[in-house]
Design a protein. Structure first.
Length: 314
């Protein structure tokens, strides 16, 4: 005789949880990690190890001190540390990396109540802190595939200040100056494909973000091709791909509705291009995502779907 069990909803459970998503993001980051190790060698390894270790230790210590359940095993601190490392320059001193990892967890996540309550992307918030505190160190770039002290400018810096457009093949493969994980467009696109295939992220934010940048850059290139590079350059150069794929899609700090995600991605693209063209910095991905994170609650409210069958009180 079959036994009938009566329980409260939900009755159907999806296999997707925090650990599943975090492991999926880590797997998607493998190509970018391998590319950074190839182009920047031991510098990349030590920065990644320091950032991950700092984030994990900080989260463990704070949760212990506050007598909360230790949730280091959910892998969120590992993802935060790795993402922070991948948006840092390869010659950054390790003590700055460790300081940034403490900031990412302490003031980027735990101060808001932990994972799921933070307003801003912790990795980008930590990078913004390091940029404000150590601007020279955060804008000192190493030439790829070298272990000497040679430095180089990023493709966006060369385009903005010297009007020199880097060839597309180095941008696509990653043999250019920049942060550890942002140089290889190929590696990031492979990670993007994996995240979409596993349905870990929604396509709307990356498509809206990258599409807005491409349209904006294409229009400006038509206006003055001598000053403004083609759209494909702005898509491949800088931190656009890593920001659009891995940062802007953070489920905690991005809108939950489909319409809201289109708005969010479009806003990120517009702010990025405004900073790239008319700001004092050659890159605007970090600030664009952080600014749009602040507008996420408003976007969620504005883009809330209409409920059918409601009767408004008069």
């Amino acid at each position: 005789m079959n036994k009938l069990t009566i329980e409260t909803s939900p009755h159907v459970f999806a296999p997707v949880d925090t650990i599943y998503m975090m492991k999926g993001v880590l797997k998607a980051l493998v190509p970018a990690v391998l590319a950074s190790l190839y182009f920047f060698r031991w510098q990349a390894f030590w920065i990644m190890l320091t950032a991950i270790g700092g984030c994990v230790l900080t989260e463990y210590a704070l949760q212990k001190v506050r007598k909360r359940t230790v949730k280091v095993e959910d892998m969120s601190a590992v993802v935060t540390g790795l993402l922070l490392a991948l948006v840092l320059p390869p010659k950054l001193p390790l003590w700055m990396v460790f300081l940034g990892s403490i900031f990412a967890i302490a003031l980027g996540k735990e101060i808001f109540g932990g994972l799921g309550h933070n307003i801003f992307n912790p990795a980008l918030l930590a990078r913004a802190f390091l940029m404000a505190a150590f601007p020279v160190a955060l804008t000192t770039w190493a030439r790829p595939i070298t272990v000497d002290a040679m430095t180089t400018a990023t493709p966006l810096g060369l385009a903005k200040f010297d009007h020199v457009v880097t060839s597309y093949m180095p941008l696509f493969m990653g043999n250019v100056g920049g942060s550890l994980g942002e140089t290889s467009a190929l590696a990031l696109l492979l990670g993007f494909g994996y995240l979409l295939r596993k349905k870990i992220i929604d396509y709307r934010i990356p498509v809206a973000y990258i599409g807005t940048v491409a349209i904006f850059a294409g229009i400006m290139h038509l206006v003055n091709a001598k000053i403004y590079p083609p759209a494909i350059f702005h898509v491949l150069a800088g931190g656009l791909l890593i920001g659009a794929v891995f940062m802007a899609t953070d489920p905690v700090t991005s809108p939950v509705t489909s319409k809201g995600r289109w708005i969010f991605g479009t806003g990120c693209g517009l702010i990025t291009m405004i900073i790239r063209y008319w700001g004092g910095l050659p890159e605007g991905v970090m600030y664009s995502i952080l600014l749009m994170n602040a507008f996420t609650p408003i976007i969620n409210r504005v883009a809330r779907p209409r409920r059918f069958g409601e009767v408004h009180a008069r």
